[in-house]
Design a protein around this ligand. Structure first.
Ligand SMILES: [Zn+2]
Length: 65
């Protein structure tokens, strides 16, 4: 289990990182903020707000209409 602190509402909750892979989405149980599981350079999984990951990747594929 890993404790996650929501960057939006600061709710703390636990997830089972074994059940997630890089790029998987989950939502904060409190405010429903979209979070993305990311694999760090050291091989550890953590989460980031989906909007931050979108910024890193550029948002062409999400916002081109
Ligand atoms: Zn939240």
């Amino acid at each position: 289990m890993k404790k996650i602190k929501c960057p939006e509402c600061e709710e703390t909750f636990s997830i089972e990182l074994d059940e997630y892979d890089d790029g998987d989405y989950l939502a904060c149980p409190e405010c429903n903020l979209e979070l993305v599981v990311v694999l760090s350079a050291t091989g550890r999984l953590s989460v980031k707000p989906a909007k931050e990951v979108d910024l890193e990747n550029g948002y062409d594929e999400f916002y081109s209409e």
